[in-house]
Design a protein around this ligand. Structure first.
Ligand SMILES: Cc1cc2nc3c(=O)[nH]c(=O)nc-3n(C[C@H](O)[C@H](O)[C@H](O)COP(=O)(O)O)c2cc1C
Length: 182
């Protein structure tokens, strides 16, 4: 899940690259991006939007979440926080013990890594398990190909080893490991 809403999102490129890598390793992937994240701002007086219900179903099916988040003003972009907030109001909660690999891409030198501080706090509050390792791609306007492959071999290697750690934790936790809290 992730990317920004704009057509040329660097983070969406990275997300698609990660999806291909996971599929290449034989895993099923549901990509949640673009219009699926164009959800009305959370309002308890609104009926639950279809995208929020669909995201809940996807997370309930998943053994893990790869979250590819841009960084806005050193924090979480509103469309992604809004999506997570909507799902946090729904039952059964898909979050407890769900492993989450945090990834980001930015034209800046930090690669969007500062947003992960806030993500870790929110995800931990939900009972999810953000992995200690994460992936951030600095100078992503130059360092990401059109298909989202990093051109820098170090970034490519860090991506593969983060996926290894993510898959290892998801396997250890096992199928349907994230218990649902009613
Ligand atoms: C409101 C806003 C705030 C931003 N703040 C940051 C920031 O704190 N750190 C950073 O590295 N980039 C920041 N950027 C630049 C984004 O990293 C850059 O626009 C990036 O391309 C966004 O991700 P995307 O390509 O997936 O849309 C900001 C962009 C916007 C629109």
């Amino acid at each position: 899940m992730g990317g920004s809403l704009r057509a040329d999102s660097l983070n969406r490129r990275l997300l698609r690259h990660l999806s291909r890598l996971l599929e290449g390793r034989g895993h099923g992937v549901i990509q949640v991006e673009g219009d699926a994240l164009r959800i009305p701002l959370y309002d308890a007086d609104l009926p639950v939007p279809d995208q929020a219900k669909s995201l809940l179903d996807s997370l309930a099916w998943a053994q893990g979440l790869v979250l590819v988040s841009p960084e806005y003003n050193a924090g979480i972009p509103p469309h992604l926080k809004n999506a997570v907030d909507w799902v946090s109001t729904l039952k059964p909660s898909p979050w407890p013990n769900l492993p989450v690999l945090l990834c980001s891409a930015s034209p800046g030198a930090f690669g969007g890594s500062r947003a992960m501080i806030s993500w870790r706090a929110s995800l931990a509050n939900l009972g999810a398990i953000p992995l200690p390792v994460s992936v951030s791609i600095p100078h992503a306007d130059k360092n990401l190909g059109e298909d989202g492959t990093p051109s820098d071999p170090r970034s490519q290697a860090s991506l593969q080893s983060a996926l290894d750690a993510f898959l290892d934790l998801a396997m250890k936790l096992g199928t349907h490991s994230h218990s649902y809290s009613e």
